[in-house]
Design a protein around this ligand. Structure first.
Ligand code: FMN
Length: 160
């Protein structure tokens, strides 16, 4: 055991190990995607997920306006989407249209469902709490879509 830097420790514990994407609504018929490591299940009944979003993110603005998100568990074949959405802001790029995303409209508030993902959880925000420079949005899961035959994108290496 030895003292290491925070970044070194993240590499050692292989964090992030399982990343997700959230789809949010930017404007009418315009959607944004953000790569997320900070998400968790927070309730069994009703089923709930929380996502932590930085205040500088475009997605943070979007979530203040439209109180829904689709939490997406990407498949292995979506690694390029995960990478792009974690390094480009919706303020500067229309990520949803630039990336060749296969999608269909969801049931709840019609946010897109990503066809090639392992799972999509359509959530309605029921509360939020400020956590330093991020805000945790808590969402109740309303509809779930899944592709049982797809492989999860389980590891996304940190940049050096
Ligand atoms: C692997 C990975 C995990 C990330 N996890 C989060 C996260 O949990 N919360 C967050 O606010 N940003 C996270 N980010 C950063 C955002 O994805 C990134 O800043 C993105 O460009 C923001 O897009 P937006 O401005 O369109 O919202 C992560 C980035 C990467 C590469």
């Amino acid at each position: 055991m030895e003292l290491v830097s925070y970044v070194e420790a993240l590499k050692i514990i292989k964090s992030p190990t399982r990343v997700a994407l959230a789809v949010v609504r930017a404007k009418e018929n315009i959607y944004n995607l953000i790569t997320l490591e900070w998400y968790m299940r927070t309730s069994i009944e009703p089923p709930m997920f929380a996502i932590s979003i930085g205040h500088t993110r475009y997605s943070y603005e979007c979530l203040q306006e439209n109180r829904f998100f689709n939490l997406v568990f990407p498949s292995d074949e979506m690694k390029n989407i995960v990478k792009y959405c974690g390094s480009h802001s919706g303020r500067d790029f229309d990520k949803f249209n630039i990336l060749d995303i296969n999608w269909m409209p969801g049931r709840l508030n019609k946010l897109p469902i990503l066809d090639d993902a392992v799972a999509n959880f359509e959530c309605q925000i029921t509360g939020q709490i400020k956590s330093g420079d991020h805000t945790i949005f808590v969402g109740e899961v309303k509809y779930v879509w899944a592709n049982a035959d797809k492989e999860l994108a389980i590891y996304y290496p940190l940049k050096d």
